[in-house]
Write a protein that binds this ligand. Structure first.
Ligand code: R5P
Length: 294
């Protein structure tokens, strides 16, 4: 097995290689003046199971093309198997048709990756597990939530309330609850399918006088966390934190969240940012070790 730390996840890929002791293959990359991507593998991958570590957050289309090119280059140079380790998988949120005339974006992405030579994909906290069924090759998702919850345990917040900002994220809050040992609950979120606007309402949540941590898969514009923090504070939570696997943090999301009374935002290095305080390296390392021995 060899690891290719892709241009979008160089630091994470190198950490995984270090933790596992798996040899790295460097990749040279650049962008042409018109915006097109160029990649070149700088090592031998003949007869190897190659693992390409490449996140696909913004600029997602560039990152996806680089991933496809690295996979194609690996196969052209004799790799016997290519696994894509994709911390954040772009386009996974559109996995079904909501309005007539739409596409299943993740289905198109899966087809493109397969055509490029990818044989298997491992991602982290995919928005909907159902999206995995759009892949016609082995696809699995790992969870960063226990690692995020452990971060809060180390900071002294055992027994904190784990809140899911919508019902769909309740499984995430429950994973955190197992580590934190406190209570868990969720808000209700409604979305207008035409405008995309969302609104949230609180259910019976026992957060008065408690530290609460909002757990979500993605923080994008921050609107969901801002709304959830407002409700928690109105319900009497004394301290509010936010944690997510994928800190996309578009525009001024970080500032808006902190202005809403959230003390700290904790994300992973799936999307490198100032909030990436938890590394996914141990999670991927464990998965690769299992694949090597399995
Ligand atoms: C959607 O259901 C996801 O789980 C996240 O809650 C959402 O993507 C967050 O988006 P934003 O930060 O823009 O509210």
């Amino acid at each position: 097995m060899k690891i290719i730390p892709g241009p979008a996840s160089t630091a994470l890929g190198e950490k995984i290689a270090e933790l596992t002791g798996i040899e790295k293959v460097a990749v040279a990359h650049r962008t042409f003046p018109d915006g097109e991507s160029y990649v070149r593998l700088e090592g031998n991958v003949q007869n190897e199971h190659v693992v390409i570590v490449q996140t696909t957050s913004t600029p997602q289309d560039t990152s996806l093309m680089q991933l496809a090119f690295m996979a194609n280059a690996a196969k052209r140079n004799g790799a016997k198997k290519v696994t894509a380790a994709v911390p954040y998988l772009a386009y996974a949120r559109q996995d079904k048709i909501f309005l007539q005339g739409e596409t299943k974006s993740i289905e198109a992405v899966a087809a493109m990756l397969k055509a490029a030579g990818i044989d298997a994909i491992v991602t982290v906290n995919i928005h909907a597990e159902n999206a995995l069924s759009r892949f016609t090759f082995p696809a699995k998702t790992l969870s960063a939530i226990p690692l995020l919850a452990e971060y809060f345990i180390k900071k002294g917040y055992a027994k904190a309330f784990a809140l899911a900002p919508d019902k769909g994220a309740m499984h995430i809050a429950q994973q955190a609850q197992i580590v934190l040992g406190g209570e868990a609950g969720h808000l209700e979120k409604q979305r207008d399918r035409y405008t995309g606007k969302t609104s949230q309402t609180g259910t019976d949540l026992n957060v008065k006088g408690q530290t609460a941590i909002i757990f979500d898969d993605i923080i994008s514009t921050g609107g969901t966390i801002v709304g959830a923090a407002k409700i928690l504070l109105e319900l009497g939570a004394t301290r509010v934190f936010a944690a997510c696997a994928h800190p996309l943090l578009i525009g001024d999301a970080e500032k808006r969240i902190l202005d809403a009374g959230v003390e700290e935002i904790v994300g992973t290095d799936s999307v490198p940012s100032r909030t990436s305080k938890v590394s996914l390296a141990p999670l991927f390392a464990e998965e690769l070790r299992a694949q090597k021995s399995g």
